[in-house]
Design a protein around this ligand. Structure first.
Ligand code: V0V
Ligand code: CO
Length: 140
C-alpha cells in the first residue's frame, strides 16, 4: 500500500531557525515553502533523497496560531517529530482500504498538501500514537 516515506513532519517554534539548522548541519536544501491556512501551518520541504517510487523530504512545520494541530502539539509535547507521511498511488483508495480495517480517518476527503499533493490524516490513537499522513503526489 505504501510506496515510500514521502516525508517526516517536524514541529518547531521558529521555521527560519530550523531551516538554517538543517541546511548548515545536514546540507539539506529547501525545495518548497508554503503557508497552508487550512492546516494552520507555515511549512518548508527539504529534499532528502530520490528513489524508484519518488522522493523523500523532511517537512518543517511552524504553527500559524497556538490553536492549531501543530500549535497544540508544541505546547503539550514541545518540538520534535509530529507525523510520518507515506506516499500512496491513490489517496482515496488508500483511505477506503485503511478505514475498512477500522482505523479512524481524520479527513473524510483528501485535502490540499505541500507541493500540490492530495493528503489525508489517520488518527494517531489508532496507529499506536503515530499521526500518519497519506500523500498522493501530482502526476508528472
Ligand atoms: C495529538 N496527539 C498526537 C499528535 N497530536 N499523538 C501523536 N502525534 C501527534 N502529532 C494526541 C494528543 O497527545 C492527545 O492524546 C490526543 O492525540 C488528542 O490531541 P489534542 O491535543 O487534544 O488535539 P486534537 O484532538 O484537537 O487534535 C489531534 C489531531 C489533530 C491528531 C486530531 O492534530 C489533527 O487533526 N491533525 C491532522 C492535521 C495536521 O496535523 N496538520 C498539520 C500538518 P492524549 O493526551 O489524549 O493521550 S499539515 C501537513 O503535514 C501538510 C500540509 C503536508 O504534509 O503537506
Ligand atoms: Co505532512
Amino acid at each position: 500500500m505504501f510506496q515510500r516515506i514521502d516525508h517526516v513532519g517536524i514541529a518547531c517554534h521558529n521555521l527560519e531557525e530550523k531551516i538554517e539548522f538543517y541546511e548548515s548541519t545536514f546540507g539539506l536544501v529547501v525545495v518548497s515553502r508554503e503557508v497552508n491556512e487550512e492546516q494552520g501551518v507555515k511549512e518548508a520541504m527539504l529534499h532528502v533523497a530520490d528513489g524508484e517510487h519518488g522522493s523523500s523530504y523532511v517537512q518543517l512545520l511552524q504553527p500559524l496560531h497556538p490553536d492549531t494541530a501543530v500549535g497544540k502539539y508544541l505546547s503539550k509535547r514541545g518540538e520534535g517529530v509530529h507525523h510520518i507521511g507515506y506516499g500512496v498511488a491513490d489517496v482515496a483508495k488508500a483511505m477506503a482500504d485503511i478505514a475498512g480495517k477500522g482505523v479512524r480517518l481524520i479527513d473524510e476527503r483528501p485535502r490540499h498538501g505541500s507541493m500540490g499533493a492530495s493528503i489525508a490524516f489517520l488518527h494517531p490513537k489508532d496507529v499506536g500514537g503515530v499521526l500518519t499522513e497519506l500523500v498522493e503526489t501530482p502526476r508528472q
